[in-house]
Design a protein around this ligand. Structure first.
Ligand code: SF4
Length: 348
């Protein structure tokens, strides 16, 4: 029987996911369904299902969005031609890309503009990698962190840049970096790695949990890159680690002869799922929080949505006056609303 659960802090929703979930919640509240979303808004099956129930249609091809319908682009970042096409055909287009992904897009464009060839370390087919490479498809080449540089060749060995997907494992691309630095001594890399703060913090917390746990459970979906990275970090730290979408995924056999279970969640997993996984584990001595750092990052709603909401607000104030002029409206109050609150509006 499990005696204790060690619960990682921080875990679960990051600032980018918070912003994306709140944005799509606003869209389904303001517009008649269907509201369209290009790619899953975040890689979590429970979140996606909730939005589908609320009238969102997820598409993988922007041509599947009927002209004149509202559309949101996912947090993982989209190719420039997709952003353009969405803007051209939608009544309202909101790009919910995470600002930390936007930063990598910007770096791809900047380095390509200066004549560099780009090594982009990421996972083949992942939405974020596809969107970033599309910024400079002629000179950016995807390199799988497990496979190394292989036949990568540069036009000019003194002009090679290395960038990465924000959700990789902390050390799993070190070998590619070492190989690139050896082959290209003038290699350009971002001053700090492209791994985002949320990826780094959640993986650091796992290392802490692993010191005291017999087993690690990571709550998150199969297609969530940062969730999968958490599982790998746990296993690399020497403990059995499993990914579960929710309590139904917990195999009782895993808990045999286990005293302490570490629990965490990928950046797109709702905390309700974490709580129900803990209920399934049923620790006899309760839950201990293991905190490695405080997170207070906040990303404002996308500019297109803010502008649209402000216009709407002004119309309401000037017309039916359903809220008192001068009193804070939803845009100003956004920081106080969490994605968990937003999902509860949808009935999750
Ligand atoms: S995991 Fe990092 S890059 Fe991805 S949405 Fe969250 S904060 Fe942004």
């Amino acid at each position: 029987m499990v005696a204790k659960v060690l619960l990682a802090e921080p875990r679960g929703f990051c600032a980018g996911v918070e912003m994306a979930i709140k944005s799509l919640t606003w869209m389904v509240q303001v517009f008649e369904p269907p509201v369209y979303c290009y790619h899953e808004i975040v890689h979590n099956a429970a979140v996606v299902r909730s939005f589908e129930d609320a009238g969102v249609v997820f598409v993988d091809d922007i041509d599947d969005v009927p002209e004149g319908k509202p559309v949101m682009l996912s947090a993982h970042g989209s190719a420039p031609e997709v952003v353009q096409a969405a803007g051209d055909r939608a009544a309202v287009m909101v790009d919910a890309v995470c600002p930390l992904v936007t930063k990598v897009h910007h770096e791809v464009r900047r380095m390509a503009g200066q004549g560099y060839d780009i090594i982009y370390i990421g996972h083949d087919g992942h939405d974020e990698a596809v969107g970033a490479i599309a910024e400079a498809p002629d000179v950016a080449r995807l390199v799988d962190p497990r496979l190394g540089l292989g036949g990568f060749a540069a036009r000019d060995g003194a002009k090679v840049a290395l960038l990465a997907q924000t959700t990789l494992g902390l050390y799993e691309w070190q070998d590619v970096l070492d190989e690139a630095q050896e082959r290209f001594p003038d290699l350009w890399t971002a001053r700090r790695s492209d791994l985002c703060y949320a990826t780094t913090n959640r993986q650091t917390a796992i290392q802490k949990l692993a010191e005291r746990s017999d087993l690690l459970l990571v709550v998150g979906s199969q297609n969530s890159s940062n969730t999968q990275a958490l599982v790998r970090v746990g296993r690399n730290a020497g403990i059995p680690a499993y990914r579960v979408d929710g309590p139904e995924g917990v195999d009782p056999v895993w808990l045999d002869d286990v005293e302490v279970v570490g629990v965490t969640a990928g950046a797109s997993a709702p905390d309700q799922r974490v709580r129900s996984v803990i209920d399934a584990v049923a620790p006899s001595d309760g839950v201990e929080l293991v905190r490695v750092t405080e997170e207070d990052e906040y990303f404002p709603l996308p500019p297109q949505l803010r502008k649209f909401m402000q216009t709407l607000q002004a119309l309401i104030e000037g017309g039916v006056a359903c809220r008192t002029p001068g009193v804070h409206g939803p845009i100003e109050l956004d920081r106080e609303l969490s994605a968990t609150d937003a999902l509860s509006i949808l009935g999750v």
